[in-house]
Write a protein that binds this ligand. Sequence first.
Ligand code: FCB
Length: 441
Amino acid sequence: MTDSLRFPSTFTWGVATSAFQIEGASSLDGKGPSIWDTFCRQPGAILDGSNGDVACDHYHRFEEDVALIASLGVQAYRFSMAWSRVQPLGHGAWNEAGFDFYDRLLAALEARGIEAHLTLYHWDLPQGLQDRGGWLDRATTVHFADYAREVTRRFGQRLDSIATHNEPWCSANLGYGNAQFAPGVADAKSAIQVSHHLLLSHGLAMTAMRAVAEELKLPVKLGIVLNQWTADPATDSPADRALAEFEYARSVQWFMDPIFKGHYPALALAGHGKNAPDVHAGDLAAIHQPIDFLGVNYYFRAYCSAETPPQAAPAILGHTDMGWEIYPQGLTELLLKLNSEYALPPIYITENGMASADAIEGGAVNDQARIDFLAWHLAALKAAMDQGVDVQGYFLWSLLDNFEWNSGYAKRFGIVHVDYASQQRTPKASAHWYRGLVAAQ
Ligand code: FCB
């Protein structure tokens, strides 16, 4: 193994999934519907017309899946809880049968000595809260904090980390900005207001969880997961440079500045004009509080061209099956930039990986393109660490092929292939490669 892929012995290796994408059992044992259950039923919303009713049937197969995780030799598993499984309406009564599922999952992880890294909100808002206004309604932030408190009280002792949100940029901009994701709203002003409520809910949840963790003396680490990218101007033109600067402000700084500096970035606020969010006194103080870790999800960079039509990214290393440019050096650049702009806690790369059109041939899946992608990105990550960025772990997206949101089952991100008809799991070549990489550390 080359030095570029040799990591510190304390580095945490893991794989990641999320509840809606793998669990299935969408209305079993008292689970309430989420906005994704509803969205999947809108004609045309999902590329292949599918839904999450069965997904990877992880609800029934979690023991087999935990055994798969163990077989990779990784130390850690990142997953999310379906809020409407444990609180069917998102307010009011808890559902013990839902908590029991996560109790069994945690027991299976504990039996194998695998760390549990929980995300509270990976996009599946209980429909019961959507019916009251969803993330546009400020009251949802308080319900989220109640949920966070309850989960921490019940499971905090058994969790290594809890992240409040996964990629609030997507919840706001794809859920409310361009209607690609649930709940399917396209309204710029709503998207920006929702982004503020998501941040506020993060702050309120942090306060609630911190109180429980202190009272019960829990060692659990508390933080948030953001999807981030550098924004590169396509050319040196003032228009491209201005576009790139605005893109970075509205996407990265918009979430980082309130958390780490206690204010919204002036450039983005000015750019949003009359769409700027309604922020109450005390909101920013609630958002601006210490976090124990920052989760960074990295998939691609933003390539900013003000021309019509815009110049396409050069994509020297090609594109993934999502059409995303493969740009590993963006991960190094992003981490160095964040490290120079903020006083950061330890970072975990909480997602990184690629979709490819994988198929089983002769009982195996040869996904060499994914192996290359992972090796390039891990080398880029190591380069940032060598230049002083404190990164403590890496979670590969994803353990399994799964429900890729509005792409349905048409896009495969797993290092383990899933045959959805039989639910058979087949580790791909990348899974064998990852096992070898982790073992060699
Ligand atoms: C991220 C999501 C994750 C998965 C990957 C491909 O934006 O957090 O659920 O869909 O993209």
